[in-house]
Design a protein around this ligand. Structure first.
Ligand code: SAM
Ligand code: SF4
Length: 457
């Protein structure tokens, strides 16, 4: 496979260069057109990436809020990362886990410890975990991941486990598929080859092409629920956002399914990092623009926001088109049991607990969702996208969000969150248009009150 054909740097640079001469009217037309939810061409996305004018940015934000609301309603999916290991033979300059960081307290969790962490996460109210680990063939190979996933499914009430791990061979991806993971997520970090080379000097991750083609192998293995992203701050974000859209389009064309999610991690300080400063800083304003452009360009793709960002900015980005957030996160193996700042991958910024986070989300009028129904009901990949594009997905997701939030409110919420959450649920039930679904939701809410769990459409 000629990977230069997937990511053609001259083409991306040319798009960005040509986009500099756009008129105000061009931009306004693109923003207006985006409201139809058909996405953007690369040329159009490039034009929006060059926008600095505040008034035009405001229009972009309005459109992105509108599209988010139209496709996803007011739901925000909640998850937590679980780090099983910080051992790593790679040397990504930006990461606290890099092999050359001799000061890091290294640890790979035993299965019993993985389960203990998952239970602590579950006790915060979570149903969805993102499993994360460093890359060390002798410690964190596919067996380690498969065994961890199986142990969590077998011993906890966690209902969906997504995985963020190194690129694998097709046979290994098949093992992940067979164990029933949700999304397989991998970030290219930067699509710019020269920068990639500098940032990943040694170890298997220095192979750009092996990483770029990971999702092709995952598809070949039958995993059709995939997540992509770049680490913002390594290279010019305009180039990397456009490249992410190009990669997404490549997958969509080839496999008839684009990525399920795009993540927007921004570089954070890491313990004993190999970088003295952020190579290409991305400001808060840039991040707002990035979220809006992804929402306009790939309206049916989820956007994931982690606790790398501050509480204030996260609250704002929720309004702009983000659809999934982590909450109460720890980035060191064993972190939910015990903090160890010398074992973390990077510093988190939003330290609010899940309950505090949910109060904010609820007060904003967003509906927190712990739903994991789609992948369990086999609504993934092409099937999911078809439903999403016809907007039918809303018919399932909205009541499922109500039902799972109800479970949270009964089982885990503080008094205040319960009070505000119940009020929101009442409003949300009344929003259900389909009479039958509404009646069934009310019935199921009563069943949940009586002690039943895991009722989904
Ligand atoms: N080790 C695997 C890999 O590199 O793909 C999987 C997990 S890695 C721990 C998850 C992601 O964390 C990386 O893809 C990278 O984008 C992000 N990351 C690493 N260092 C970071 C930092 N200092 N700030 C923010 N995100 C970081
Ligand atoms: Fe290892 Fe992943 Fe960190 Fe790179 S980003 S050093 S591969 S854990």
């Amino acid at each position: 496979m000629d990977t230069h054909k997937i990511i053609n740097e001259s083409y991306i640079n040319e798009l960005l260069e040509n986009a500099k001469s756009a008129s105000r009217e061009d931009i306004l037309n693109i923003i207006e057109k985006s409201r139809e939810c058909f996405g953007l061409t690369f040329e159009e996305a490039a034009l929006l990436l060059q926008v600095e004018d505040e008034e035009l940015l405001e229009k972009m934000f309005e459109a992105s809020t509108y599209i988010k609301e139209k496709i996803y309603g007011n739901r925000i999916v909640i998850f937590a990362p679980l780090y099983t290991s910080n051992e790593c033979t790679n040397n990504c300059l930006y990461c606290g886990f890099r092999a050359e960081n001799k000061e890091l307290h290294r640890r790979t969790l035993q299965l019993i410890e993985v389960v203990a962490e998952a239970k602590t996460i579950q006790d915060q109210g979570h149903k969805r975990i993102l499993l994360v680990c460093g890359e060390d063939e002798s410690k964190t190979d596919v067996e380690h991941i498969v065994d961890s996933v199986k142990a969590i499914y077998d011993n906890t009430d966690i209902r969906r486990i997504n995985v963020n791990a190194s690129p694998m061979k097709v046979e290994d991806f098949k093992q992940l598929k067979n164990i029933g993971i949700g999304t397989y997520q991998i970030f290219q970090e930067t699509y710019h080859r020269e920068t990639y080379k500098i940032m990943h000097p040694t170890g298997s991750k220095s192979d750009y092409d092996w990483r770029l083609t990971a999702l092709d192998r995952a598809f070949e293995a039958g995993i059709d629920d995939l997540g992509i992203g770049v680490l913002l701050g390594l290279y010019d974000y305009k180039f990397d956002v456009l490249a992410t859209l190009i990669h997404s389009d490549y997958l969509d064309n080839k496999y008839h399914v684009g990525p399920h999610t795009i993540s927007i991690p921004r570089l954070r300080p890491a313990h004993n990092s190999g970088l003295k400063e952020v190579p290409c800083p991305v400001s808060d304003d840039d991040l707002r623009k990035i979220v809006a452009i992804y929402r306009l360009a790939v309206p049916y793709t989820g956007i994931i926001l982690s606790t790398r960002e501050s509480a204030k900015l996260r609250d704002e980005l929720l309004e702009l088109g983000v659809s999934q957030i982590s909450a109460g996160s720890k980035t060191n193996p064993g972190g939910y049991e015990e903090d160890d700042n010398e074992a973390t991958q990077f510093e988190t910024s939003d330290e609010r607990s899940v309950d505090e986070m949910l109060q904010v989300v609820t007060r904003q009028g967003h509906l927190p969702s712990f739903c994991t129904a789609c992948y369990r009901a086999k609504r993934t990949g092409e099937a999911f996208m078809e439903l999403a594009k016809d907007a039918h997905i809303h018919e399932f997701c909205h009541p499922n969000a109500i039902l799972t939030y109800k479970e949270y409110l009964i089982d885990y919420a503080s008094g205040q969150t319960k009070k505000e959450g119940e009020a929101l649920i009442e409003i949300e039930v009344n929003k259900i248009i389909d009479k039958k679904i509404k009646e069934e939701t009310v019935k199921r809410l009563e069943r949940i009150e009586k002690g039943e769990r895991d009722l989904y459409f």
